[in-house]
Design a protein around this ligand. Sequence first.
Ligand code: ZN
Length: 190
Amino acid sequence: MMRMMIVFLFVFLAGCQNETTARKVDIYNGSGDMIGTAAFSEGKDGVNIKVKVTGLKPGPHGIHIHEIPSCKGPDFKSAGNHLNPEGKKHGLMNQDGAHLGDLPNIQADGSGKADADLTVSGATMKEGKKSLLNKAGSSIVITEDPDDGMTEPSGDSGQRIACGELNVEKNKKGKSPSDPTDIKEKKQGE
Ligand code: ZN
């Protein structure tokens, strides 16, 4: 019991370190237009994400954290697979799952707007195996279709239609550019 309390105290103290664990990420569609944001923050049970996007097809869409902080449209394959540091299977309904990056679907209303509060259970913005900022970082990707919660490798969720980079390097340098034309010019120069 004492040991347990010491562990709790240690975790508590570690949590008090003055690290920046809140990040806001811009989300772009396949044409390079900024369609919204995802605000990441360290929560009690994982990483909380406040997603606000527009311009989606009305209805449910899959949304996942991917392993590479790279959003090259229009297919966003550059983002890699779902973030999966523990080698699990895909799907929140899969008994051998889920990937760390698996999230419940978001719902776009009749005007194509989605506003959702999500939690990446067990993940952290701090250091660790289950950090969203391991290596170079990660990305958040929205898909055309909803995730069915079990089909490998990505829940039969269709094309990737929007993406935002949670980039360790960019965040070190400061804010990412908020003007979409800024991004386009940079991409052309690559
Ligand atoms: Zn998955």
